[in-house]
Ligand binder design. Structure first.
Ligand SMILES: Nc1ncnc2c1ncn2[C@@H]1O[C@H](COP(=O)(O)OP(=O)(O)OP(=O)(O)O)[C@@H](O)[C@H]1O
Length: 508
């Protein structure tokens, strides 16, 4: 997502009607379908090629003179063509590479008024953010699956001398509901050629990216670096596992956020240990070493240097190995107790009881013990029981191919089909909520009390919360907004309250 520089929003493209035909430079005709999401500066529609109506695709549309889609198209044309991706997969012997590819792009004039830019991509099932928003945290095994896919995606992008610079759940899509192994890194609006970067911070670039996750290099005002993508991945992993980051409340203050990130890095490994305490696995989480390796790697790699992905992958496989080993231990522990308490030992150990977790198959012996990073090794301890119970909802996907097992998937976060079917009811409910929050925000705006961002309104939502897109997103009721409307409302409200906050700070 392009950086949010202030309250002024780019213009959204005019809404293109369903059924509108666009002919690209290769004389292929694409038919615009309905709009299903709104990006920062554009609309996202389904579409299909005239001759293949069954293959649903995605069309991003923006006014032609907007910058974000223009630069994204250039990145896709340079590094994200299907043949490039396929050749790389073949060379690296990869079954899966989580990257989108460009199907078509160009400019059309809509109803003779507005020149519009479009880009067509494959359509994926859902965004990881949809899932994260509902669940607040993700299961460790899913986080490791996503990390594996993202490491490969970043490695490809960086091998082409580009950086992504904005990895986050909203920019990660699942190819198939419930399958966390096949995740795709999208939104190359901030991606840059980083082959010739110099460590020259500039104030006007400072804090580019998504404040919560952006790198220390970006906070300093440097162009995106290879090591920065690794750091951004690390912050996201902590966020997905714990549902928070130490600077979550400071999101609207990039300087303080930067300071907190620096403190976190300076305080490693204790800061990371403490952050992971709240996870079901606790501070001895199998993810600990891996995240520490990511942060150490980004700290030790030079600004313009490339990252050693083989080392990162090795560390990830060690984490996977540990997780599988622990799962195996608890399987044998539970089957021992089951056989002791049952007269039919064989039956009880083979059939997992309803409501208990299916346990993964035995881990591959390789990679679980051969950590290179001795400094990162956590103390050996018996697996701590989960500190927090996690309800694992029933999977609706038959073929959930977790790399850890045929475990239940964490599908609860997928957008429900019924919600889509009740779209008009949702829109009217969303309008009511929007009206309510606008009214409440006006109560705050008209108040003569200074330092309003610390003040709670009748709704219990402070102006500071409203200035933070992340916190605003988690306000009860926000989930009732259709996706596009929610994004717009959050952006407008956050921008307004951020400006108010800045004005107050100036006055003070
Ligand atoms: N290929 C796709 N398949 C399915 N959904 C998609 C696809 N591309 C985008 N989306 C949906 O649209 C949302 C916004 O997409 P994207 O981030 O690429 O647009 P953007 O204009 O850069 O938006 P933003 O500025 O909010 O990041 C995604 O979070 C996702 O839900």
């Amino acid at each position: 997502m392009p950086p949010k520089k202030g309250p002024k929003l780019h213009e959204l493209a005019a809404e293109v009607k369903i059924g509108y035909k666009i002919v690209d430079s290769k004389k292929k005709t694409y038919i615009v379908g309905k709009q299903f999401a709104t990006g920062g500066f554009g609309r996202i529609h389904t579409c299909h090629e005239e001759n293949t109506p069954k293959t649903e695709l995605v069309m991003k549309i923006e006014p032609a003179d907007n910058g974000p889609l223009f630069s994204e198209v250039i990145v896709f044309q340079k590094i994200l063509k299907l043949e490039q991706i396929e050749a790389y997969k073949k060379r690296m012997k990869l079954q899966w590479l989580g990257l989108p590819y460009i199907i078509s792009a160009g400019i059309f004039t809509y109803t003779n008024q507005q020149k519009m830019r479009f880009m067509i991509l494959p359509k994926y099932a859902t965004s990881l953010e949809n899932i994260r928003e509902k669940q607040k945290t993700l299961a460790l095994r899913n986080v490791l699956e996503i990390a594996r896919s993202m490491l490969n995606s970043l490695e490809y992008v960086q091998e082409m001398d580009y950086t992504h610079a904005d990895l986050k759940a909203a920019n990660i899509l699942l190819e198939k509901l419930g399958d966390f192994q096949k995740t795709v890194l999208v939104d190359f609006g901030l991606a840059r050629f980083s082959g010739k970067i110099e460590d020259k911070p500039e104030k006007k670039r400072a804090h580019n990216g998504t404040c919560l996750f952006t790198s220390c290099d970006a906070h300093r005002g440097c162009n995106p670096s290879f090591r920065a993508d690794v750091e951004i991945l690390a912050w996201n992993l902590v966020y997905w596992l714990t549902g928070t980051l130490p600077w979550l409340q400071l999101e609207t203050n990039p300087e303080k956020t930067f300071e907190e990130k620096r403190k976190f890095i300076a305080g490693l490994p204790a800061t990371l240990k403490s952050a992971l305490k709240s996870t079901p696995e606790g501070e001895a989480s199998p993810a600990f070493d891996f995240i520490l390796t990511l942060l150490n790697c980004s700290a030790k790699t030079g600004y313009a240097e490339k990252v050693d992905y083989s080392k990162l992958r090795k560390s990830l496989e060690v984490a996977v190995g540990k997780l599988m080993k622990e799962a195996k231990k608890s399987t044998s522990a539970s089957s021992t107790s089951a056989s002791a308490s049952s007269s039919s030992a064989s039956a009880s150990s083979a059939t997992p009881r309803r409501g208990t977790r299916k346990q993964p198959p035995p881990p591959p012996p390789e990679s679980s013990e051969d950590s290179e990073d001795q400094e990162n090794s956590p103390q050996k301890s018996t697996p701590t029981p989960p500190k927090r119970t996690r309800k694992t909802p029933k999977s609706t996907t038959k073929n959930n191919t977790s790399f850890l097992s045929g475990n239940e998937s964490i599908l609860s976060g997928s957008p429900s089909i019924s919600r889509q079917n009740n779209r008009s009811a949702t829109i009217s409910a969303a309008k009511k909520i929007e009206k309510k929050y606008r009214r409440k925000s006006q109560v705050v705006t008209s108040s003569p009390i200074k330092n309003q961002h610390a003040m709670r309104t009748r709704s219990g939502i402070t102006a500071a919360m409203k200035a933070s897109p992340t916190q605003l997103r988690s306000v009860p009721g926000m989930l009732n907004f259709p996706r596009g409307r929610r994004t717009i409302f959050i952006k407008e409200t956050a921008a307004k309250f951020k400006q108010q906050q800045e004005e107050e700070e100036v006055e003070e």
